[in-house]
Design a protein around this ligand. Structure first.
Ligand SMILES: C[S@@+](CC[C@H](N)C(=O)[O-])C[C@H]1O[C@@H](n2cnc3c(N)ncnc32)[C@H](O)[C@@H]1O
Length: 345
C-alpha cells in the first residue's frame, strides 16, 4: 500500500513544484504588458505570470489571499469588446455592412487586423502575449479527431465545420475592407487567421453582456477580452465571484477560497465535464467532479434489458419519447446497476 505523506513530505513536494514553475514576469513581453495596463488605469497587482509544470502558463499570487479578497480588478479601458471595435477604423465598415455582422465576427476581424498592424497596434502588448495557436480540436489533424470516442468526435467535427463556415460565409465582408490594406484582404483575413481569432475569443473571453445594437446581428453580445486576467487557469474545484462592476466600471474577480503565497490562482470556467473542456478549451482537468459518462442510446437500451423491467419501463419510455441519441450521466450519479449492465453489452 502507498504510504501517505506527512506534513514535511507535503511541504517538500510543494517546494519541488515551486522550483519547477518558471516565473515569466521579467520577460520583456510581460513587462510591456504591465506598463500598458498601468497606462490604462490598472493598479499594480500581486499576480505574476508563471509557467507551471502541470497547467502551463498561469498566474501566481505573491501574497496570501483570503476568501472574499479581490484577485484582480481590471478597468473598462483595458477590456477589448465590440465597443472597442466600433470605435476603431472598422466601425464604419461594420455599420454599413448588410446583413449585420455578428459580435463574434467583429471581434475576430479586429483581432486579426490589429495583429497584422504589428507595432502600429494600440493593443500590441496584449497581442504579443496571446498564444500563436490553440489545442482545441479545430487545430487537430482530421485523423486525430477520428480517434476520439463517439459523442466527443461528433462535436469536434461540428466545431471544425462551424469555424469553416464562420470563415467562408464572411469572405465578402473581408473583401469590403480592401481600402484598409495594401494587400488583398483575404490574404490577411485568411482561414488560419480567423481560426486563431475564433479560438482566442472562444477560450479567453469573460462574460460581459452588451445591449443589442442595430449594427450587429441578433446573436448575443457577451464577450470581453480581458488582458492579463485571461492568464488565469481553470480549476473545477474553486469558487469565485466574477462580474463587471457597473458602478466603478471595472471587471472584478473575488476568490471564495484561500491561496497561500506563491500558489497558482485559479478561476472556474463553469461546471464543465472533460469533454466540454477538451472541445472548448483544449485541455482536460484532473479529478474533475463534473466528469460525465456518455452512453449511446442503443447501448443504454441493451443495458436496461438486463435490469428488472419494473425499474426500467419509465426510463425506457422517456428515452424513446425524447428520441435521445446519446445519454449523459454524471459520474457521481451513474447507476452502478446500469454500469454493470452496459459493461455486459
Ligand atoms: C483563459 S486561458 C488561461 C491562460 C492560458 N494558460 C495561457 O497561457 O494563456 C485558457 C486556456 O488555458 C489553458 N488552461 C486553463 N486551465 C487549465 C488547466 N487547469 N490545465 C491545463 N490547461 C489549462 C487551456 O489551454 C485554455 O484554453
Amino acid at each position: 500500500m502507498k504510504k501517505k505523506k506527512g506534513r514535511t513530505g507535503r511541504r517538500r513536494t510543494r517546494k519541488r513544484m515551486e522550483v519547477s514553475a518558471v516565473n515569466q514576469s521579467c520577460d520583456i513581453r510581460y513587462v510591456q504588458l504591465r506598463k500598458w495596463l498601468k497606462n490604462r488605469g490598472f493598479r499594480e497587482s500581486q499576480l505574476r505570470a508563471v509557467h507551471f509544470p502541470d497547467t502551463g502558463r498561469g498566474l501566481m499570487t505573491t501574497h496570501l489571499l483570503q476568501p472574499g479578497d479581490l484577485i484582480i480588478s481590471l478597468p473598462e479601458s483595458c477590456l477589448l469588446t465590440t465597443d472597442t471595435v466600433l470605435e476603431s477604423y472598422l466601425g464604419n465598415y461594420i455599420r454599413r455592412w448588410c446583413p449585420p455582422v455578428s459580435p463574434m465576427l467583429a471581434l475576430c476581424t479586429f483581432l486579426v487586423t490589429e495583429r497584422y498592424a504589428g507595432d502600429r497596434s494600440l493593443w500590441k502588448p496584449y497581442l504579443d502575449v496571446l498564444p500563436s495557436s490553440y489545442d482545441c480540436p479545430v487545430y487537430w489533424d482530421p485523423e486525430i479527431v477520428t480517434l476520439l470516442p463517439e459523442p466527443v468526435r461528433q462535436k469536434a467535427e461540428q466545431q471544425r465545420s462551424i469555424v469553416q463556415e464562420f470563415y467562408s460565409s464572411h469572405v465578402l465582408f473581408f473583401r469590403s475592407l480592401q481600402s484598409l490594406f495594401r494587400e488583398n484582404p483575404e490574404s490577411i483575413l485568411s482561414y488560419d487567421a480567423m481560426r486563431w481569432a475564433w479560438c482566442t475569443v472562444n477560450t479567453r473571453t469573460v462574460y460581459m453582456k452588451h445591449a443589442q445594437r442595430d449594427c450587429f446581428s441578433s446573436e448575443q453580445d457577451v464577450y470581453a477580452l480581458a488582458p492579463f486576467l485571461d492568464l488565469l487557469n481553470h480549476s473545477p474545484g474553486v469558487q469565485v465571484e466574477a462580474a463587471f462592476n457597473d458602478e466603478i466600471r471595472r471587471y472584478e474577480i473575488r476568490t471564495k477560497v484561500q491561496y497561500r503565497k506563491y500558489d497558482q490562482v485559479f478561476i472556474c470556467y463553469g461546471p464543465h465535464d472533460n469533454h466540454r473542456l477538451l472541445l472548448e478549451y483544449g485541455f482536460v482537468a484532473a479529478n474533475n467532479p463534473h466528469q460525465s459518462v456518455y452512453v449511446t442510446t442503443g447501448k443504454c437500451m441493451l443495458g436496461l434489458d438486463f435490469l428488472p423491467k419494473k425499474k426500467t419501463t419509465r426510463r425506457v419510455d422517456l428515452i424513446k419519447a425524447r428520441d435521445f441519441k446519446i445519454l449523459k450521466f454524471s459520474c457521481t450519479h451513474f447507476p452502478q446497476s446500469l454500469a454493470n449492465a452496459v459493461k455486459l453489452c
